[in-house]
Ligand binder design. Structure first.
Ligand SMILES: NC(=O)c1ccc[n+]([C@@H]2O[C@H](COP(=O)([O-])OP(=O)(O)OC[C@H]3O[C@@H](n4cnc5c(N)ncnc54)[C@H](O)[C@@H]3O)[C@@H](O)[C@H]2O)c1
Length: 302
């Protein structure tokens, strides 16, 4: 029999079961599985977010807030629920940079499914151009527009960090209501955040704003984890290589064939399902911290 406290499914202890060093003590939250947990995924109408929602639903997530500015997110939620034959995903249409929207999503999913313990803030954009270029027509030097840079920072860095902070706050609120102070290992880990970095974080010509935000997430993740472990929440970053999603397809077939594939050792785009699987691995394997490179052996041209 399973018991549910605050929407979080606790796995029961088995009689005479010898607890291995890798298992959480009885009654603790078990983050070694997605099963029974509530997740918040932004960018869920996109390639990686969609694949992740399906993967988590198949792994038995108890509830999922699927967030995206595109109305496609409602269809993604329907697909996930149809495939799983149960009501697990709820779609939320809105802009991730809007703090009121973010707070509404967390309040609603908490009311309907329980305290969220997983956050993958994947929504992002690209606004690619050289930092400095010479206009072919006018011969003038053109500098990357600062308003584009600010927009990319808002969406790709500030928003994901705040969606993650909201997760930590939700867990903190839940633990405080139960009279808990500094996290103790006996409780089991309480939550996990995985940020979407990118191979571009090491530097990629033409991506001055995108690369900066993806590198910035590394500092945010390690700082947030240093603070959030007070509540038992881990934070990490996955750095995917070129993955077969609308973001990469927008580069065009010719660019992918001539500029992307030759720089990967696999000679193919990564499947969104492969990134989804790696994210689930990062959430459920507590030994993994920091950064995971899922880059298909990408080596940038020099
Ligand atoms: N595809 C790749 O090769 C690749 C590689 C490295 C990292 N990433 C990262 O993985 C994540 C997912 O990328 P993807 O390839 O699935 O991209 P995608 O373009 O398929 O999906 C991104 C989604 O984010 C949504 N979005 C953008 N801005 C938003 C906002 N302000 N509010 C709400 N939703 C917003 C879009 O509507 C879109 O559905 C991104 O963070 C991206 O930077 C992707």
């Amino acid at each position: 029999m399973k018991s549910s406290i605050g929407g979080v499914i606790e796995e029961p202890a088995l009689d005479n079961h010898k607890v291995s060093p890798f298992e959480e003590p009885s009654g603790a939250v078990n983050m070694q599985t997605i099963k029974g947990h509530v997740a918040v995924i932004t960018g869920a109408a996109g390639g990686i977010g969609h694949a992740l929602a399906l993967d988590m639903a198949r792994r038995g997530a108890a509830g999922m807030a699927l967030v995206d500015a595109s109305e496609r997110v409602a269809q993604v939620a329907r697909d996930v629920n149809n495939e799983c034959g149960r009501q697990v995903a709820i779609s939320y249409g809105g802009d991730t940079t809007d703090p009121a929207f973010r707070q509404e999503v967390y309040a609603d999913i908490t009311k309907k499914a329980g305290v969220p313990r997983i956050c993958v803030p994947a929504a992002a954009i690209t606004k690619d151009a050289l930092a400095v270029r010479i206009d072919k027509q006018t011969g003038q030097v053109v500098v990357y527009p600062v308003e584009d840079f600010r927009k990319v920072v808002e969406i790709n860095m500030i928003a994901p960090v705040y969606w993650a902070i909201e997760l930590v706050a939700a867990v903190a609120k839940d633990r405080t209501s139960r009279g808990l102070k500094r996290w103790q290992p006996e409780e089991g880990l309480q939550g996990a955040v995985v940020f979407l970095g990118s191979i571009a974080s090491v530097g990629n010509a033409g991506q001055i704003s995108y690369s900066s935000t993806k590198a910035g997430l590394e500092g945010a993740a390690s700082t947030l984890m240093a603070e959030a472990m007070y509540y038992g929440v881990r934070c990490s970053v996955i750095h995917p290589g070129f993955t077969d999603t609308p973001m990469v397809r927008a580069l065009g077939e010719e660019y992918i064939r001539t500029k992307v594939l030759p720089q990967t050792q696999l000679k193919r785009l990564i499947k969104p399902e492969e990134i989804a699987d790696a994210i689930c691995f990062m959430i459920t394997n507590a030994a993994v911290s920091g950064e995971l490179w899922a880059d298909a052996g990408w080596r940038p041209a020099t």
